[in-house]
Design a protein around this ligand. Structure first.
Ligand code: PLP
Length: 426
């Protein structure tokens, strides 16, 4: 222990926790990480988010804080906001006009702020239903958003599993929602924000686009942007955008005051300044050519993997992907999503079991898995690694014996060792 209290490293102070983190680092190095919402934050993002900025209280906004000593925090937050504004500005809403709030603690609190800004308890909201690939916070019954508001979920078509915009329009005309969400968490296709806009206009609803999963693709120009189309855009900062765990809101200038008030003092106390700093770093990194190349790999890898899996007899919801994720229906493979995901995990391939639209099985034991390519793409993997991965996935679908899973886990580890991951020291 160092003679001055609090200056010794974690390894000295808490060897138990230090060892757990070291082992998690090794796990993240050795596996194919295919959870669609996960990624590898860069060392620079980790440095900023692990900094002394965690020490500072800053309730309020720049120049309007409730505590003194904000000289540098104000600069950090304004830097994060201006970088996010320039990254996400569009011809419809330029850098000077787009309002940014980087204080939400994560994606769910960002969405709650949208409700608080625009909807009163008991009023009607619409979002994509959870079983169709929507998010809990878009009005699902188990979420506060489904309990405090009247939720009218829309779905996907039975025939092609794509969002049924005709149904969205019909439901909107019938139920006159105050707020419509356009955003997904397990949907492999691009969203048509302009179509949602015209439906929202027809019924006088606020349109909120939730780009939590795809914000990195939007920043890189690989998915159409809702900025300037939707009234308000929410996102996480840690998924494809590859920043620290956090949330953010972008909106048109006329909604700036309502959004800021909803975040603070409406929902939160002091912002997490260390996270704000990490967001500033991620926004800078997202302007680099290497980020564009990463985002292109994300989409190409998803398509290569989709085709390779189709060739091996896997069934993909919607038949493929436009973005970073695939939703696989395992029915033709004769295995449930949960036992398959568990077997894959033992083989060094980490994903999540997931319900498919109109799933005949139960949510805790559904028919599908969801896989995403952000993490493998961040470590530089490309088409040939995706082909190898498809081969491993096919083997595991056929044979879940311990010997097979162990053999594949070794091959996965060997392959992964050639692709050092951002932010890891192994
Ligand atoms: C991940 C996600 C969220 C929630 O983000 P958290 O940071 O987990 O709270 C919200 N909306 C969508 C569409 C998401 O995918």
């Amino acid at each position: 222990m160092s003679s001055i209290e609090g200056r010794a490293p974690l390894s000295t102070v808490d060897p138990v926790l230090h060892e757990l983190i070291r082992r998690e680092e090794q796990r993240e190095a050795d596996k194919f990480r295919l959870i669609a919402s996960e990624n590898y934050a860069s060392q620079a993002v980790l440095d900023a988010s692990g900094s002394c900025l965690t020490n500072k209280y800053s309730e309020g906004y720049a120049k309007k804080r409730y505590y003194e000593g904000q000289q540098l925090i104000d600069e950090v937050e304004e830097l994060a906001k201006s970088r996010i504004a320039s990254l996400f500005a569009t011809p419809l809403l330029d850098e000077k006009s787009v309002h940014v709030n980087v204080q939400p603690y994560s994606g769910s609190p960002a969405n709650l702020a949208v409700y608080l800004a625009f909807v009163k308890p008991g009023e009607t909201v619409m979002g994509l239903g959870l079983p169709a690939g929507g998010h809990l916070t878009h009005g699902h019954t188990v979420s506060i958003t489904g309990k405090f508001f009247k939720s009218v979920p829309y779905g996907v078509r039975r025939t092609d599993h794509r969002i049924d915009l005709e149904e969205v329009r019909k439901l909107a005309l019938e139920h006159r929602p105050k707020l419509i969400w356009a955003g997904t968490t397990a949907y492999p296709r691009a969203l048509d924000f302009a179509a949602f806009r015209s439906i929202a206009d027809e019924v006088g609803a606020i349109l909120a686009a939730d780009i939590a999963h795809i914000s990195g693709l939007v920043a890189a120009g690989l998915h159409a942007s809702p900025v300037g189309i939707a009234d308000v855009v929410t996102s996480t900062t840690h998924k494809t955008l590859r920043g620290p765990r956090g949330g953010m809101i972008l909106c048109k200038p006329e909604h700036a005051a309502a959004i800021d008030r909803a975040v603070f003092p409406g929902l939160q106390g002091g912002p997490h300044n260390h996270t704000t700093a990490g967001i500033a770093v991620a926004a800078l990194e997202a302007t680099l050519p290497s980020f564009k190349a990463y985002a292109e790999r994300v989409v190409n890898n998803a398509q290569v993997l989709a085709n390779a899996l189709l060739e091996r007899g896997f069934s993909l919801i919607t038949g493929g992907t436009d973005n970073h994720l695939l939703l696989i229906d395992l029915t033709p493979k004769g295995i449930g999503g949960k036992p398959y995901a568990q077997a894959l995990d033992r083989a060094g391939i980490v994903c999540n079991y997931n319900a498919i639209p109109f799933d005949p099985r139960k949510p805790m034991d559904p028919s599908g898995i969801r896989i995403g390519t952000p993490s493998v793409s961040s470590r530089g993997m490309g088409a040939s690694e995706m082909l190898a991965l498809a081969g491993f996935m096919d083997e595991v679908a056929k044979d879940q014996s311990e010997a097979t899973l162990e053999r594949i886990a070794l091959s996965v580890k060997e392959l992964c060792s050639k692709f050092p991951a951002p932010g890891l020291r192994v």
